[in-house]
Design a protein around this ligand. Structure first.
Ligand code: B12
Length: 235
């Protein structure tokens, strides 16, 4: 049932990946009605990502906002389809925006209640790279993620990914303009802050957005662009 709803909504050719995650014991208490999740990734446009050579472009900024809107709409549609079949679900917003409920807490820790990347690794879609991005097997980091929480098991039958497969590659570490990563490899016991300084990243994203686009935003994208996995269909 859940699978057929997804097949209907994720139009072939639009380049999505998705998977199902068992999230028991991984969600904060306030989500206790939910124990499973659907992770969906939408592929980013290769040309726009390849053009990120020394900072954000206006095209990337617009692409990023459009895909956020598309994913938010998509998850609402799937939520409605599930509701009509008596399946309780909760779409999680693609990203946090100024003034939203958790914004003050977010600014202190640069974390959100539900990590789309954590749901994606539990769904077996990929691992976490050295600059903290989900690296999917199919599109590398060239995607935006979203999550729909579920109260019933959609049939989770894949092995979660529990450690990095980046090996010796350090391209994203070297090219990061914020020098936010130290090269340590991720596994599920290694917290983000051990290998990636999110505050340094955010500050550099702010500087670059101001300098290149004259907008008061935090955007960069170089780590997404330089990863050899997903680049030029290099798979
Ligand atoms: C906070 C945030 C930021 C912060 C901090 C980034 C960071 N790496 O944490 C700042 C402002 C710096 C930022 C910048 C960007 N972000 Co951002 N951001 C978020 C946000 C809103 C929350 C992430 C969060 O809570 N982090 C806290 C840490 C602790 O969690 P985490 O990093 O998500 O995941 C960790 C754990 O879950 C753990 N983990 C993974 N699997 C498992 C399994 C188990 C069992 C356990 C215990 C743990 C575990 O490992 C992960 C890595 O440390 C998410 C949206 C969301 N709700 O997920 C987008 C998100 C992470 N951002 C995204 C993107 C694309 C960007 C930018 C490229 C945007 C840009 N500026 O151009 C940059 C790139 C930065 C980078 N290299 O990480 C994408 C990532 C897509 C991808 N391929 O990975 C997301 C998912 C948004 C989306 N809807 O797609 N972002």
């Amino acid at each position: 049932m859940i699978r057929s709803i997804l097949k209907n909504r994720l139009v072939p050719g639009e380049e999505y990946i998705y998977g199902f995650a068992d999230l028991r014991s991984l969600l904060p208490g306030k989500y206790s009605d939910f124990r499973y999740g659907i992770s969906i990734g939408k592929r980013l446009n290769d040309r726009i990502i390849d053009n990120l050579t020394d900072g954000p472009t206006l095209e990337y900024y617009n692409h990023y906002n459009n895909i956020n809107r598309e994913l938010a709409d998509l998850t609402k549609e799937i939520h409605n389809d599930l509701f009509l079949k008596n399946i309780n679900s909760l779409p999680v917003i693609p990203t946090i925006s100024v003034g939203s409920g958790q914004y003050t807490k977010y600014l202190k820790s640069l974390t959100y209640d539900i990590s789309h990347k954590m749901v994606a690794t539990r769904a077996g879609l990929g691992w976490i790279g050295k600059t903290g991005l989900l690296i999917s097997k199919k599109f590398g980091p060239r995607l935006r993620l979203v999550t729909i929480l579920l109260d019933q098991d959609p049939g989770c039958n894949v092995k979660p990914v529990e450690k990095s497969r980046c090996g010796d590659c350090t391209i994203c570490v070297t090219k990061c303009p914020a020098k936010a990563a130290n090269g340590i490899l991720w596994d599920i016991d290694t917290h983000r802050d051990v290998f990636f300084d999110a505050f340094k990243c955010r500050e550099k994203c702010r500087e670059l957005a101001k300098q290149k686009l004259n907008v008061n935003e935090r955007i960069c994208g170089l780590c997404v662009s330089v990863c050899p996995i997903g680049k030029a269909r290099n798979l």
